[in-house]
Design a protein around this ligand. Structure first.
Ligand SMILES: NC(=O)C[C@H](N)C(=O)O
Length: 327
């Protein structure tokens, strides 16, 4: 006998909900077409549809991310077996990681989207939606944390990133690779993820910033953020995590104000490490008090810092939270 799985589908907007007009421009729809797909996989899945909001993902902020988390919490009380979230791809990785850090659930939570809008030739929206439901309804998907399913691949929210502006194979997991794939509707896992602790937050702090280092960077951007308002800064350092020496006095002024500073690498692959012992090298930055966050890209580290600060973590506890080893 087939067990019918109760899957909550939360729709939030993005290209998956949009259409191309006669001029070839991709525009939002008043009615989200993907949210009309309520009978998909009928007989195997009972779909509970919630059009939580309809935003292009550059309009999504941590406030909307928190709304999605709260909707999932509510769904769990109602006995759902899994969740699929449709989302714009531009900030999808940030929402997915926010949920991964804040949901203690073991039920499968899958985020998906599309690179081609609903009426374009070869539109990937409906396909990705169906594949995401297959993953959310599969018992083997439990306990994997939040996953991103696009183009027949299963990625972890922690490490996946958008790598191409338009290609349907845009989502990639640098360094570690995907944890599984979907073959003709069947999820197959080949890697197990070690889960991180979750923080059950009920609000999100503001003024957490992200700066990218570059050859010839000076102190101006650091000085611009030297204010009472700044809650924390993530710095995408050069290579393994190094900075031009002229930035150091401004960084010290931020540390003197007790503004948490997190260091990641701007490299696409690899992890930030304190290996270089020259002026501005990772060893000096760590000694100064920057917290190294390994394996996360800048935008993910920013979400983690924001979640940690929203949970009230400070000092050593915040540093410990941010320094979770790569797994
Ligand atoms: N493919 C997409 O969904 C991109 C779109 N700009 C969004 O993030 O809303």
């Amino acid at each position: 006998m087939t067990v019918v799985k109760k899957i909550l589908a939360i729709h939030t907007g993005g290209t998956i909900s949009m259409s191309q007009n006669e001029k070839g421009e991709v525009v939002p729809n008043a009615q989200n077409p993907i949210a009309q797909q309520e009978t998909i996989m009928e007989g195997r899945v009972e779909l509970i549809t919630d059009e939580l909001f309809n935003l292009p993902s550059p309009h999504v902020t941590p406030v909307e991310m928190l709304k999605i988390k709260e909707r999932i919490n509510q769904g769990e009380k109602e006995g759902i077996d899994g969740v699929v979230i449709t989302h714009g791809t531009d900030t999808l990785e940030e929402t997915a990681y926010f949920l991964d850090l804040t949901l203690p659930s073991t039920i499968p939570v899958v985020v998906t989207g599309a690179m081609r809008s609903s009426n374009e030739v070869g539109s990937d929206g409906l396909y990705n939606f169906q594949t995401a439901i297959e993953v959310a309804a599969d018992d083997a998907s439990r306990g994997n944390g939040v996953m991103v399913v696009m183009n027949d691949e299963i990625h972890t929210a922690r490490y996946v990133t958008k790598t191409h502006t338009t290609n349907v194979a845009t989502f990639r997991t640098p360094t570690f690779g995907p944890i599984g794939l979907v073959a003709k509707g069947q999820p197959i896992y080949f890697q197990q993820l070690i889960r991180e602790d979750t923080c059950d937050i009920d609000h999100v702090v503001d003024h957490v910033y992200l700066l990218k280092a570059y050859a010839g960077m000076d102190a101006s951007l650091f000085d611009a953020l030297n204010s009472d308002q700044t809650a924390g800064i993530v710095i995408e350092g050069l290579g393994a995590g190094n900075l031009p020496p002229v930035t150091l006095p401004a960084i010290q002024r931020l540390l003197d104000r007790h503004i948490p500073l997190v260091l990641v690498s701007r490299c696409y692959n690899g992890v930030a490490e304190d290996i270089y012992d020259y002026q501005g090298g990772g060893i000096e930055l760590r000694k100064m008090g920057l917290m190294l966050c390994q394996g996360l890209n800048g935008q993910k580290a920013r979400i983690k810092l924001l979640v940690g600060l929203s949970a009230g973590l400070q000092g050593d506890r915040l540093a410990e939270y941010l320094s979770t080893a790569v797994s």
